[in-house]
Design a binder for this molecule. Sequence first.
Ligand code: BDR
Ligand code: CA
Length: 262
Amino acid sequence: MAATTIIDCDPGNDDAIALLLALASPEIAVAAITVVAGNVGLDHTSRNARAVAELAGHPVPVHDGAVKPLLRPAPDASHIHGDTGLKGATLPPPSRAPAPGSAADHLRAVLRAAPRRSVTICALGPLTNLALALAIEPGIADGIARIVLMGGAIGLGNTTPAAEFNILADPHAAAIVFAAGAPIVMVPIDLTHQAIATAPRIAAIRAVGTAPARLAADLMAGYPPRAKFGFAGGPVHDACAVAYLVRPELMSGRDCRVTIDV
Ligand code: BDR
Ligand code: CA
């Protein structure tokens, strides 16, 4: 049976592609989406998550979360993801409002009621929502089967030489999450920089012909390669964390101790 999964995200082109993949995968039971300010502001990440879930035909509840990191100012990656957060795509506005209850409150309620190590958290943005939930109620860590998160770097970062965007956006939140005691699978940019949206891959996805496939292709085409890395397309970071949940044999890793430099 697919593990109950909550996706915490900040869509964002690659978050949206990750949501499409998760919502199309029977291996993952997406019970809710929680959203955080990250690539763009919370008004956009919330709207985008609701619109993408509706287009995917799985209008799971979307809970609004933190409008800013714990201590740092609100991040902004609109130079990559566009002003709306979904560069290159036009989506009908969502018909649903955000679900009642904040992201942190929803995470606490679900995890408090869950059997030990039963809920998967797939985190694709700054870790503010999860940190807030864990700071208020640390015992909820017991309900987490694992946190599969896109973030961090083993080598160079992508936002500064030392830091990746999601961790740099809210390092204090990341420090709380990494110290919480729940099992963590970290999908860093060293991995996601191998998942490049090249023109032939975008064409193959577009040729599927469905509305989610067309949206994924538009989002990949709208997510330009960054000159400083010299890639032939944009890295589809967040979809890699979802891909790990669907097909873990695609990836390998090792156990490491991680502390966050704040
Ligand atoms: C991460 O930063 C964001 O811009 C992407 O959505 C992804 O989660 C990659 O560093
Ligand atoms: Ca993201």
